[in-house]
Design a protein. Sequence first.
Length: 97
Amino acid sequence: MSTVHQRFFKFLAIAVKVDDCIATAKQALEEGSCCVIGLQSTGEASSARAAKEIGINEEGRGTFDEFVSSPGEGLKHLIRDIVAPDQVQAWIDKVDK
């Protein structure tokens, strides 16, 4: 299995768990418990890639105009790897909506 496929299934596995994770966390908070959610990754690589694309340098000079979604950036990276070059931008535009 290629790394592209592994990345896709990693995102799929995480996405399937989100609704249950939110419900479990809300229930725990309603019961007066604390809730800690462990992340699979920090999203640092996705943020760094997004920063580079818009010209933010490694010293952190510059800002994002909007929130950077690590899963969204991962999906864009996956699209760039598997979609025909002439169709990439149309697919990425759909992710950004």
